[in-house]
Design a protein around this ligand. Structure first.
Ligand code: PMP
Ligand code: GLU
Length: 401
């Protein structure tokens, strides 16, 4: 069968594929420990669920404004003002079906064929695919593990060409687990600022999952007057409130950009699920939920620290300490090319390594290839301590000489 050529430039999302593989093995009765899922293992807070149930029972089952109800947009505006120090109006906000949809619409709205998009590597798997689907060309700038994967202003400057149209920044970052401090963001901003035609797409979905003394900030908050017309601020409820399945994302930016995204969305998906709109208001305005957000954050911090220490103790592994999100992205270079597992056969790169680990010791890892690093693997620590400990025991067993 013949399909559109645009499908030839992308592959399936590797993160979702690993989740599916692990789920399939579980259905066969195999006890898989999955470090694949990039989603909180906690349940959505009860009051958020109740508001959606009430809305459903009250008959909130019809079309809504494409960009979101006035109440949901107002709640987002207030959250952006209070938490992010960003002064947007409701017309400068659009609600979409998850962070993924928000980012995709933004790229479809601004990119033309051949436009270059600068992506710090390691990058989240879907960025290059989205850029390519929108006709753009991903330009990778490689962060070094010795620098916690953070790119430098010099590297950024060297990647800019007359065709550069967008720079994507994700802090805290998936998969690197690193977080840019406001002064590091400010140094990158100085490089972008003179190039008036470059948009900054700031993916802030892990903003509340930040560890220890680490700080970060919204890109546009570096200097709102300077950045408000050039920044696309993307966020979602998925990670902060354990709502990955709800599919709620939002974007804030200049009115013409939001209008353009609204136009696209109105022809594609219309509004997000109607009875989820009041859940946005509940999540973003009920301050008692802060306790639950903090409970999840501190659990991720403890698990991340534990996983990082154990990974670094494995000969041949080298892992940057996570300062945000819920991923450990470890180098496995020292374990490649040497005897592994029962068969003692070596693995050459991360895809092969992960396949062997899943087959032989039933631990699901995500190979780093689609994040731009074929000698790294990603482990999500959004799973219980018990699972983390069990999975790492198995991994150590697989690596024992
Ligand atoms: N950006 C990053 C960096 C992500 O890790 C993800 C994955 N959840 C998304 C965007 C998409 O989020 P959502 O699940 O809300 O679509
Ligand atoms: N973003 C999450 C991850 O990286 C969820 C999966 C996906 O959307 O790709 O695992």
């Amino acid at each position: 069968m013949q399909f559109a050529q645009r499908l030839n430039v992308i592959g399936e999302s590797v993160t979702l594929a690993v989740n599916a593989q692990a789920a399939q093995l579980r259905r066969q009765g195999i006890d898989v420990v999955s470090f694949g899922a990039g989603e909180p293992d906690f349940d959505t807070p009860a009051s958020i669920k109740q508001i959606a149930i009430d809305a459903l029972l009250a008959g909130k089952t019809k079309y809504e404004p494409t960009a979101g109800t006035p109440e949901a947009r107002r709640a987002i505006v207030d959250k952006l003002a209070q938490f992010n120090k960003l002064a947007y109006s409701p017309e400068q906000v659009i609600v979409s079906a998850g962070g993924k949809h928000s980012l995709y619409l933004a790229m479809m709205a601004v990119l033309n064929t051949g436009d270059e998009v600068i992506l710090p590597a390691p990058y989240w798997v879907s960025y290059p695919a989205m850029v390519k689907l929108a006709g753009g060309v991903p330009v990778m700038v490689r962060g070094r593990p010795e620098k916690d994967f953070k790119i430098t202003p010099e590297q950024l400057a060297a990647a800019i060409t007359p065709r550069t149209r967008m720079f994507i920044i994700n802090s805290p970052s998936n998969p690197g687990g690193h977080t840019y401090h406001p002064h590091e963001l400010a140094a990158l901003a100085e490089v972008i600022a003179p190039h008036a035609g470059i948009w900054v797409c700031s993916d802030e979905i892990y903003e509340r999952l930040i560890f220890g003394e680490q700080k970060t900030c919204s890109w546009a908050a570096l200097d709102f007057t300077r950045w408000k017309d050039r920044t696309i601020t993307c966020n979602c409820l998925s990670k902060t409130y354990a709502m990955t399945g709800w599919r709620i994302g939002y974007t804030a930016g200049p009115r013409p950009l939001i209008d353009a995204m609204n136009k696209l969305q109105s022809q594609m998906t219309s509004n997000i699920t109607s009875f989820c709109m009041p859940a946005i208001v509940e999540a973003l305005t009920n301050s008692t939920l802060e306790k639950e957000v903090e409970k999840m954050r501190s659990a991720f911090e403890k698990r991340g620290e534990y996983m990082w220490r154990r990974l670094n103790a494995i000969p041949g592994f080298s892992c940057v300490r996570p300062t945000g999100a819920f991923y450990a992205f470890t180098g496995i270079g020292g374990a490649l090319g040497r005897p592994l597992g029962k068969s003692k056969a070596p693995a050459r790169e991360a895809v092969e390594f992960c396949r062997r680990v899943l087959d032989e010791v039933h631990v699901a890892l995500v190979p780093g290839n689609d994040f731009g690093f074929c000698d790294h693997v990603r482990l999500s620590f959004a799973t219980s301590m018990e699972n983390i400990s069990k999975g790492l025991d198995r991994l150590e067993g697989f690596l024992k000489l």
